[in-house]
Structures are given as structure tokens and as C-alpha cells.
Design a binder for this molecule. Structure first.
Ligand code: ATP
Length: 413
């Protein structure tokens, strides 16, 4: 088999690495059996990314390595936006039937940490693999990671591309047809429409060649879903990619705050230690601990209704937080929260057994007394409070969801 990994070909002003994959697929499939096209998302917190930190990989059943190399180089060189200072294409071509464990480990590293170009190059040399760097060649990181990608958990994305004459122009997709498609195919397709903010989610807002992308769990349903979309512009081509999107695979499960690494995404069990605060901009911040150290959890304004959930947290609630750590090491930018145990009680002054009025404190640590009946009680009493959230998983709305985050519904189907 031949694995072709490509990354870092696009810029904010245009192009998309998946489009290069689509052109290469067209060319190579005339001669060979292209058995898989992969769209692999890597660390979403990486500073070098243009948008969604995506890399691609095409898998051929077999082929002539020289021809594959020439065609890949020709297409990447022709379509990459190398004039952009931040575009540093990388190509990796690996021939073999088994992917070395080193490459799978590298994939997980690139998914969850920051890796150096030199480390990718070290592994490529160690395994005697063909690779090409254009400019500083940072793209070899994504290219190698896409080849090593562990897709035991996977979803699919169907991408419809625009004709070149329409690139940069407003996309003309019938909104109602997107809603109808969503109603008919959800949850086998997901994140098509954000009902909370009334927004179509399948169309990007960049000048890239993508008209729309539909995500789902099954390629056949994706084809049906795509046929339901009414587009007022011609579709140039359609590709279906196998992806690691919506798999939660970016989270590193840790038990101590001190083990958080910069630019990582974590899953960690914590206890809330303070009532949430609303800060300027409508962001919600709440303090939590792992029993040793303290960290802030943030639900920022774009997470919309999710903030209402976070606002309801109280001291002593036990949770699992999922999110990315940007302002290392102090804040987890929440993407999802599992509420394990709600603190359903608060301590109040005891009531007088005779008149039922609340007793008054006599002084710190001295107990409580009813002014009228002179009854005495030593301690505060636990009182049941009404909680407006439940012990379950809550997630940000689709418009604020990361490509790698798994919609809760996928755990049910
Ligand atoms: P798009 O989503 O539009 O394809 P992008 O967001 O994928 O764009 P790129 O232009 O591909 O952005 O740039 C990301 C760069 O970061 C690539 O060079 C890639 O190799 C590199 N990269 C990816 N993951 C890591 C990582 N974990 N550590 C260091 N560099 C990384």
C-alpha cells in the first residue's frame, strides 16, 4: 500500500488542503485503486494552524512510487499558497502494508501536544520514508500524523467543492433544505444547523473551494443527505473522507492539574470550590480543584446557552471537565462537562423548634439562639436546595463545538 500525507498548503486567503487531496485523488484514481481518503484533525490549540488544523492522507492499494511522487509534488506545488508567509507545505509518502508504531504514537502526539519539525524528520529518516519540505516544511508534521492516524474511532465527512469561478463569492445554499436534510438524517449526520443561533453550519465562511461539508457516521447516508441540499451554484466535485472528527480523541485524560501541558486538551475530574462569576463580555468563570491544586473553568460568550449550565454550578459539585488549556496553566476552556454529583444541600442557621423562626448566631463557633423562645442549637443544619441542572453530560452548542469534539448524541446511537 502507499500512504500519501499532505499538510499546510492553504492560507487564510484561499485554498484548502482537502481540495488538493481531491485533485490528487482524481489523478491517481485514473491509474490506481485509491482505497481511502482521510481528513485528520490535529491539535486544535496549535498556534500555527490556519483554521481547523486539518491534514490529509490518501491510501492507495498499490502503485508506482515514482509516479505517485511526481504527481503529488506537481499538484502540491501548483496549488499551494506558498506566497503566504505562514504556508509551509509538507508531503510524506510511505510504502508498506503496516504502519510503524512510531507513526501512530506520533499521531497521538500531534493530536494532543506540540511537536517539532525536527522530530517528524527524525522519525521519517529512521524509517527511511520519502518526504518533501517546501519552505520550512512544517506540513510534514501533519502529513506524517495523517499517515499514522488511529481511526478505530471514526466518522465521515462529505465535502462538496465549488467551481473555481465561484471561489470567494457568497455561497448560495437553500437554508430550508439544510434544515430539512438535518431533520431527515440526524443523528446519522450531525452539526448541520444551529437552531439556537439560527445558523447553517455546513458552509464555511472563508474564500476556500469548499461549498459545504456534511458530517456523519455513514458514507451512504452522507450521499443521501447531500442529494437533499438545494444549491444555486454548480458543484464541481464531491469527496467523502474518513475522519477522526467527532471522536473526542484530542482529550488527554489526566487526574492532576499539575500534569496539564501547554496547548493541550484535557479530561479531568474536579470539585467546584466557589460559586461561578460572570465577567465582562458575558463569560462565566468558576474555580475548581483536583484536591491539590486549583484551576479556573471558563465558559466563554460564544458557548451561548452552555453558560447557563455553568452558572448553576455550586461549591462541592463533582464534575468531569473537558476542554482546551490555552492560558496555561490556569484555565480550562470548557467544551463539555459531565456532572457526576451535585451538592444538593446548603448549610443554614437552624430553626427554633417552638416558633419555627431562624435562630441567630451568638458569635463565631458559639452556636445559635432563638431571640424570642431562648432555645439553643450548636450547629448549622443542611437544607435541601433546588438545583436547576442534573447529573448528566452537557455540551457547548454545535456552533461552538470543535471539529474533534464528539456530539453527545453519538454516544447514544
Ligand atoms: P485548514 O484547516 O484550512 O486545512 P489548518 O488549520 O490545517 O488549515 P495548516 O495551514 O495546515 O492549518 O497549518 C497547521 C500547521 O501546523 C501544519 O504545518 C501542521 O503540520 C502543523 N501542526 C499540526 N499539528 C501540530 C502539532 N501538534 N505541533 C506542531 N505543529 C503542528
Amino acid at each position: 500500500m502507499i500512504f500519501i500525507g499532505i499538510d499546510d498548503t492553504d492560507s487564510n486567503k484561499g485554498m484548502c488542503t482537502t481540495y488538493i487531496a481531491a485533485l490528487l485523488y482524481e489523478k491517481l484514481s485514473k491509474r490506481y485503486d485509491v482505497i481511502e481518503a482521510r481528513l485528520i484533525r490535529l491539535n486544535p490549540n496549535i498556534p500555527y494552524k490556519t483554521r481547523g488544523n486539518a491534514a490529509i492522507c490518501l491510501v492507495l492499494d498499490n502503485g508506482c512510487l515514482n509516479y505517485v511522487k511526481d504527481v503529488t509534488l506537481e499538484i502540491v506545488k501548483r496549488y499551494s499558497r506558498i506566497e503566504d508567509i505562514n504556508t509551509n507545505p509538507g508531503i510524506v509518502i510511505y510504502e508498506g502494508d503496516d504502519i510503524p508504531k512510531d507513526f501512530v504514537d506520533f499521531y497521538y502526539k500531534a493530536l494532543r501536544e506540540v511537536v517539532e519539525i525536527s522530530y517528524a524528520e527524525f522519525l521519517l529518516k529512521k524509517h527511511n520514508v520519502l518526504y518533501y519540505k517546501i519552505k520550512n516544511g512544517r506540513g510534514i508534521i501533519g502529513a506524517l500524523a495523517a499517515i499514522g492516524a488511529d481511526l478505530r474511532n471514526k466518522t465521515f465527512e462529505l465535502i462538496a467543492y465549488r467551481k473555481e469561478e465561484n471561489w470567494g463569492k457568497p455561497r448560495k445554499i437553500d437554508r430550508k433544505s439544510v434544515i430539512m436534510m438535518d431533520k431527515k438524517t440526524f443523528p446519522f449526520t450531525f452539526n448541520n444547523y444551529d437552531y439556537e443561533n439560527d445558523r447553517v453550519l455546513i458552509t464555511p465562511h472563508t474564500p476556500c473551494p469548499i461549498l459545504y461539508g456534511i458530517r456523519g457516521v455513514n458514507p451512504e447516508i452522507l450521499k443521501l443527505a447531500s442529494e437533499m441540499i438545494i444549491s444555486y451554484e454548480e458543484i464541481e466535485r464531491i469527496m467523502i473522507y474518513k475522519t477522526n472528527q467527532a471522536t473526542d480523541s484530542h482529550y488527554l485524560e489526566i487526574s492532576r492539574i499539575k500534569d496539564i501541558k501547554p496547548y493541550s486538551s484535557v479530561k479531568i475530574r474536579l470539585k467546584i470550590i466557589d460559586n461561578p462569576k460572570i465577567i465582562q463580555g458575558g463569560h462565566i468563570i468558576v474555580k475548581a480543584t483536583d484536591g491539590y491544586d486549583v484551576i479556573y473553568l471558563a465558559a466563554y460568550e460564544p458557548t451561548k446557552s452552555f453558560r447557563k449550565i455553568i452558572k448553576e454550578l455550586r461549591a462541592n459539585d463533582e464534575i468531569i471537565a473537558y476542554g482546551s488549556v490555552k492560558s496555561y496553566p490556569n484555565t480550562i476552556n470548557l467544551e463539555k462537562i459531565e456532572i457526576l454529583k451535585l451538592n444538593r444541600y446548603k448549610l443554614e442557621n437552624p430553626r427554633c423548634p417552638i416558633c419555627n423562626k431562624k435562630m441567630e448566631s451568638i458569635g463565631r463557633g458559639k452556636g445559635y439562639r432563638c431571640r424570642k423562645c431562648k432555645t439553643f442549637s450548636k450547629e448549622k443544619v443542611p437544607v435541601l436546595i433546588d438545583r436547576r441542572i442534573e447529573e448528566k453530560v452537557y455540551q457547548v452548542p454545535p456552533s461552538a463545538m470543535r471539529h474533534l469534539s464528539k456530539p453527545i448524541i453519538l454516544d447514544i446511537i
